[in-house]
Design a binder for this molecule. Structure first.
Ligand SMILES: [Fe+2]
Ligand SMILES: [Fe+2]
Length: 473
């Protein structure tokens, strides 16, 4: 399609959503690359209120959720789950393994044996006395039970890790109102995903979880980080890297907040959230102002905590909004950085990680391998499911009836998270997964819950080579 036709389609799409288009928007569409990005969004956009809203230098916000909250009805939840089902169904339906695809409604009441595939959402899961796993799977036409036999270890392992509300593909043989599972097919990241490397130099730094206001905030160490980023400390090589830092991502929990858990007040040295942000901004202002700070909220930050969480409200974080180099986005958010004439840039998925607690504690394969200490396994688990919080209980959801913004529709180059207070860096099918560290020492609450934070470590991404170093402060 020619660029004029694309422009027309974009403009009429926006008009259909009741949005008037400024002339400068049309001018921006003169840039071919941007036009293509927006056009693709319009094509794929089931979340119409989340179109690109801002652009600073070569940073593009591809997704930041800004819808106002309103009273939600039960129907909204039904529509929300339908939207999720459809989004993941779209990812699964062309998979070779699922070529005998049928609807669950067609299987109910059938007696004869038949090889089939279905796509459905997990509604229930039990282990029988004989150690087989029986789970219930639902699509818009019906619900059916499925059995994963212990005699098929590979399928059994996958069934054992199933969680409520995730959408999977299933192949098997039908019995009397049951499917004998042969294979469980996850939405997954395609095996061949390009490992993009930037032709231009540049570094990105990943921070999270300052918890400003907490008596455990590690101010001395954070100031060491500030000295380094200002180019005032470190080896020659480290100073050179500091100079080339082009982006800093801050993945939530900037402040400790107030009243987040029982008796938190005893652990706060700043008990006022406005003051917490004022002090936070004073520290961040020491970072050279040519480096943009891209900031999403975490569960300790004020404002609505249901996900997607809108950007930290200006009402609380005014000093951050007043800084020229801050870019406030929602949690989750998708940002494109470092594009140039011959390079499409990197797509960065930012997600604080509130849902991680549940997967660390409840997914057998993660729990058995270190649980909360294994951010890498949790991030991989979620990428495979193409969802940031598949089970309903893992976080508070905004049941947007038009789309499920927590579905990972776009495959990111980088998946950046926090919340665990422990760094991990790993790669899954060329998606670089990074969990940032924190700037808070072990709290009494963490002591009680058996968490072992590793504070003051900073993952630094070389955008040209994609090597990642972790600096300790
Ligand atoms: Fe945190
Ligand atoms: Fe958190």
């Amino acid at each position: 399609m020619g660029s004029d036709a694309k422009k027309k389609e974009i403009v009429s799409y926006l008009l259909s959503k009741g949005m008037l288009v400024k002339p400068d928007f049309l001018q921006r569409l003169a840039n071919e690359q941007e036009l293509e990005t927006i056009y693709q969004q319009v094509q794929a956009n089931d979340c119409p209120d989340n179109i690109i809203t801002e652009q600073k230098s070569n940073i593009k916000i591809l997704f930041s959720y800004a819808k106002q909250s309103k009273k939600r009805t039960i129907q909204d939840f039904v529509d929300y789950y339908n939207a999720r089902y459809k989004a993941i169904e779209k990812i699964l339906q062309n998979r070779q393994e699922l070529n005998l695809l049928t609807s669950i409604g067609r299987l109910v009441g059938k007696q004869d044996r038949e090889n089939i595939s279905v796509i459905g959402m997990i509604k229930d899961k039990q282990t029988t006395k004989n150690n087989n796993i029986i789970f219930e799977i639902e699509d818009p036409t019906g619900t059916i039970k499925a059995l994963a036999s212990k005699n098929k270890p590979e399928t059994w392992e996958k069934a054992n890790d199933l969680i409520y509300d995730e959408v999977i593909g299933l192949t098997g043989t039908t019995g009397n109102n049951i499917i004998f599972a042969n294979n469980i097919v996850l939405p997954e990241i395609p095996i061949i995903t390009e490992l993009k490397k930037s032709p231009e130099q540049g570094y990105a730094v990943v921070l999270a979880d300052f918890h400003l206001g907490s008596q455990y905030f590690l101010e001395k160490e954070f100031k060491k980080f500030l000295l380094w980023i200002k180019g005032e400390s470190g080896s020659e090589e480290q100073k050179e890297i500091a100079q080339k830092v082009k982006y800093i991502f801050i993945i939530g929990d900037l402040v400790a907040g107030v009243g987040i858990y029982p008796k938190q007040e005893d652990e706060l040295i700043i008990k006022d959230v406005y003051e917490q942000f004022r002090v936070c901004a004073d520290l961040l202002k020491q970072i050279p102002s040519h480096i943009p700070l891209i900031i999403c909220p975490g569960n300790h930050d004020p404002g609505r905590i249901s996900e997607p969480q809108p950007p930290i409200p200006e009402e609380y974080a005014k000093p951050l909004y007043e800084m020229k180099n801050t870019i406030m986005v929602s949690n989750p958010a998708i940002i494109n950085i470092h594009s140039s004439q011959n390079f499409p840039g990197f797509d960065i998925l930012m997600y604080h990680g509130y849902s991680f607690d549940e997967y660390a504690a409840q997914v057998p394969s993660i729990r058995a391998n270190g649980g909360y200490d294994r951010g890498d396994l949790i991030m991989k688990f979620l990428l495979q499911r193409r969802h940031l919080a598949p089970s309903h209980t893992s976080t508070l959801h905004i049941p947007d009836p038009h789309c499920d913004p927590l579905v990972i529709e776009k495959i990111p180059d980088f998946f950046l998270t926090g919340h665990l207070h422990k760094t991990s860096v790993a790669s899954y099918r060329n998606v670089t997964m990074i969990c940032a560290s924190c700037w808070e020492s072990k709290t009494a609450f963490q002591e009680k819950t058996g968490h072992n934070p590793e504070p003051c470590r900073v993952p630094i991404i070389n955008l040209q080579t994609r090597n990642i170093k972790i600096m300790r402060f």
